[in-house]
Design a protein around this ligand. Structure first.
Ligand SMILES: Nc1ncnc2c1ncn2[C@@H]1O[C@H](COP(=O)(O)OP(=O)(O)OP(=O)(O)O)[C@@H](O)[C@H]1O
Ligand SMILES: [Mg+2]
Length: 602
């Protein structure tokens, strides 16, 4: 199945910018955004001069540097929002740095809360996860418009973790709409699929003998392992090459949503550094916290950023050495064990300490995040095994995977690569994308271009199957759970739920009922994630036990709508709000105005 997206066609307004394609009258703007937990990136796609290949370009993003007085151009934008006392919003590097000084005014990791009914108050204004994301997206949009010489950009492909549920996906779209993208031109695709598209798009440009994956007319099962700042996403995708060289990508499996990323590695190492700091300075954690109460948030931020520096330093040193030696890590890993890095905590002065750590020491600290048996919570092994066991066509064996493909900043770290190599019994050396930090937005831009143009002449044609990401169940008062949506079902989807649903409640008659929605592999599974609750309000009191009919619809944009009516009363249909957030008008207006005030320069 090929996706035929309606959001762009050749009848869009004519814009004569600097990026006209040869022979094209219309400048299309193919923008892909990777809205990450820690970093966001934006890419745009171009068709090469020969008209055969699509090349994505990752844009530099203008932002204030850490000092707040210089402008820096970086391809990554830290997904952080800082709002000062006058409601002035800042995003990016400066905002991230401000967490050291004004932690209450900085919001980071908003992506971890997408779709949840939470907010952070700043100056008595509400900042929800989707509002925070809208500031990041707005900055990206402005960057793209600058790139296209001031021409408006209203269409976008935004990537989301493959296992985002429909409410998380919806919240991402709401953020994009608030940022000014046109509602019907906002599209989301799974991050692993996007990363794979970028990889395959680049492979197609190589001579067949130099390609890392040889199809020889057969289908291959590829695992995409994406470990970023905040989420660990594992997908198994089947890629088929047909006689004409087209590639069809079909999702076979998506791991359960797991909040695990570089931040967890940094937290674990920062905790270790805090213990070391206490040992060196003669405090206990409690006495230190007491004596440095006001500085403590800053100390914690400093330790986290030192922990990140250790990781990046080791990863960069090792990668550099491996390139120089023209060898790979797996055969030579012992030689790096004693690699040492030093970093000094300078403030507060009384706690000044030099931290020294070897790479071996670092690896030992983070072991619980790599091995399921050592871990009491999240680890990278679990989503890999989960993806294998949950494949649509039944459990898959490791041997059925033809290649493992790495994405996300945290996969730079050699111990992560090594663990995956080990998990595949040293049969597969994981393939690293050309740039794990940009692959996702590059792939989103490529996808935007390909599908918008249904480019027949393009060398790579890819069809992506759009499916429902998670099982969604409804739980009602004193009754068994009923499946609303089933994972893996192709979109669009429509279903009537009859004879499974009855009015329940604490009294003989009720005026309404609450539906609790949750995602889980199985309704009885102990691991469930609650979604927003929905409610039905009847026009007149209804007897408990009356049969109720639900109609569920999910379109290709993954908008879910649910309607309900009492059996035999088809004329009295009730819309069930399944969780889209209802804005307070004042709140929305405030943000729409404030979004225009994002400060990029000093
Ligand atoms: N060279 C490097 N070596 C090791 N780790 C790195 C390197 N560069 C970045 N990282 C880590 O990668 C993480 C960020 O990765 P990335 O930008 O892919 O995440 P994200 O897209 O923001 O998050 P997510 O995909 O989970 O939403 C951070 O924890 C960062 O410390
Ligand atoms: Mg990412």
């Amino acid at each position: 199945m090929r996706l035929d997206l309606p959001w762009e066609g050749h009848d869009s307004p004519i814009n004569r910018g600097s990026h006209l394609r040869k022979g094209e009258e219309v400048t299309m703007r193919y923008v892909g955004i990777d809205l990450g937990t820690t970093n966001s990136t934006i890419s745009v796609a171009h068709l090469d001069q020969d008209g055969k290949h699509i090349t994505p370009v990752t844009l530099d993003i203008t932002q204030l540097d850490e000092s707040g007085s210089n402008i820096s151009l970086e391809k990554t934008l830290p997904s952080a929002l800082f709002v000062d006392e006058q409601d002035q919003p800042y995003i990016g590097r400066y905002a991230r740095k401000m967490a050291h000084f004004y932690p209450q005014n900085v919001i980071r990791e908003a992506k971890r809360y997408m779709g949840e009914e939470v907010s952070w108050p700043i100056n008595e204004k509400k900042y929800r996860p989707e509002t925070v994301s809208s500031y990041i997206l707005k900055a990206m949009k402005m960057q793209a418009e600058q790139y296209y010489m001031g021409e408006p950009v209203d269409s976008v492909v935004i990537t989301v973790p493959a296992n985002f549920n429909f409410q998380q996906d919806k919240a991402t779209r709401v953020a994009a709409e608030l940022a000014g993208f046109a509602k019907d031109k906002i599209h989301t695709i799974p991050e692993p699929t996007a990363a794979l598209l970028d990889f395959l798009n680049e492979e197609k440009k190589l001579h067949p003998d130099s390609r890392k994956i040889q199809f020889h007319g057969q289908s291959k099962n590829l695992m995409v392992f994406d470990l970023g700042g905040g989420t660990c996403d594992v997908s198994i995708l089947q890629v088929k090459e047909n006689a004409t060289g087209d590639l069809d990508i079909q999702e076979l499996s998506i791991s359960q949503y797991m909040e695990l990323g570089g931040l967890d590695f940094d937290r674990l190492v920062a905790k270790y550094l805090l213990e070391k700091l206490c040992l060196e300075t003669g405090y206990t954690i409690q006495t230190l916290q007491r004596e440095f109460r006001s500085e403590f948030p800053q100390i914690r931020e400093s330790l986290l950023s030192i922990a990140e520096k250790f990781k990046i330093h080791f990863a960069s040193q090792i990668n550099h050495k491996l390139i120089m030696q023209q060898t790979d890590y797996y055969e030579n890993k012992e030689q790096f064990d004693q690699l040492t890095f030093r970093y000094t905590l300078t403030s507060p002065e009384k706690l000044a300490t030099i931290f020294t750590m070897t790479k071996k020491e670092y690896d030992q600290i983070v072991e619980p995040l790599l091995y399921a048996q050592l871990s009491s919570s999240v680890n990278i092994e679990e989503p890999i095994l989960n993806a294998l066991s949950q494949a649509k066509k039944g459990e898959m064996k490791k041997e059925e995977i033809d290649a493992v493909f790495l994405v996300g900043g945290m996969t730079f770290y050699p111990a992560v690569q090594e663990r995956i190599y080990e998990l595949f019994d040293k049969r597969l050396k994981p393939i690293r994308s050309v740039n794990p930090m940009y692959a996702v937005s590059r792939g989103a831009a490529v996808y935007h271009d390909m599908v918008a143009n249904k480019r027949e002449e393009a060398a790579t044609k890819i069809g992506v199957k759009n499916t429902i990401q998670n099982n969604v169940f409804i739980r009602v008062f004193k009754s068994d759970s009923v499946a609303l949506l089933e994972k893996g079902t192709s979109l669009p989807y429509e279903r009537l739920i009859e004879d499974e649903f009855f009015v329940t409640g604490p009294h003989k008659t009720v005026y309404g009922m609450k539906l609790d929605l949750f995602t889980a592999e199985d309704p009885k599974s102990p691991i469930t994630k609650n979604l927003k609750s929905a409610s039905i309000t009847f026009k007149e009191p209804v007897e408990v036990g009356a049969p109720l009919i639900l109609q569920v619809k999910c379109n290709e944009e993954r908008d879910v709508s649910v309607k309900a009516w009492l059996k035999g009363k088809e004329s009295e249909v009730i819309d069930v709000n399944v969780g889209s957030h209802v804005w307070e008008q004042e709140e929305k207006e405030f943000h729409i105005k404030n979004l225009d005030k994002i400060k990029f320069d000093s």
